[in-house]
Design a protein around this ligand. Structure first.
Ligand code: TMP
Length: 204
């Protein structure tokens, strides 16, 4: 079996993907593997600074177009300073969100910007994970969980339930668009059960 080198986790807010990504990271660390755990927006000092701009404040703080530029700028910095050096030195990278979040949030839900998202991705990023695990959860449950965390980074949760429902549709469509790379996992189950599926998928 081949091991995925660059894995991303995706899903709506509060779906449990961060928990699963951390569990997979710990699993690999326990096996003595060289793995870098990262997240988006963020994952490098520059991108973490942009994260603060994007995730705090009112819902109308940025337009979808400006968000697209800021998320792409953060991703470029993350790629240059964290992801590419790690992969080049033979490490694995597990990333909590990557370009699929932009495709769904800015490309299909916040705005109808998919062609602009694709153009920027091709010219400025140009890399896909080997495997993307999408944790699919009922939006109502996920939103409650997301807001209960009280992180102060709730700008996207504050768009409300309808927004989370259309994000879910967006991620389901994405799984159809990229059937080999994107794998759906039913997240409406106990964490350990979900993790069994994650682990099985992580072996390409
Ligand atoms: P999270 O760290 O809790 O997943 O929060 C990140 C938020 O940013 C989440 O609501 C999704 C959103 N987001 C986008 O809208 N576009 C993107 O490209 C990325 C990476 C995240």
């Amino acid at each position: 079996m081949k091991q995925a080198k660059f894995l991303s986790f995706e899903g709506i807010d509060g779906c449990g993907k961060s928990t699963q990504a951390k569990m997979l990271n710990q699993h690999y660390l326990d096996q003595g593997k060289d793995v870098v755990f990262s997240r988006e927006p963020g994952g490098s000092p520059g991108a973490e600074a942009i994260r603060g701009l994007l995730l705090t404040g009112n819902t109308d703080k940025w337009t979808a177009e400006t968000e697209l530029l800021l998320f792409t700028a953060a991703r470029r910095d993350h790629l240059e300073t964290t992801i590419e050096p790690a992969l080049a030195s033979g490490k694995m990278v597990i990333c909590d969100r990557f370009a699929d979040s932009t495709r769904v949030y800015q490309g299909a839900t916040r705005g109808d910007l998919r062609s602009k998202v694709d153009l920027l991705h091709t010219t400025m990023i140009g890399r896909e994970p080997d495997l993307t695990i999408i944790i699919d959860v009922e939006p109502e449950v996920a939103l409650k969980r997301g807001l209960a965390r009280n992180t102060g980074e709730d700008r996207f949760e504050d768009f409300g339930l309808k927004f989370q429902e259309s994000l879910r549709v967006g991620f389901l469509k994405l799984a159809e668009e990229y059937p080999l790379r994107c794998q759906l996992v039913d997240g409406n189950r106990p964490t350990e059960e979900v993790f069994k599926d994650v682990l099985a998928l992580a072996q390409l």
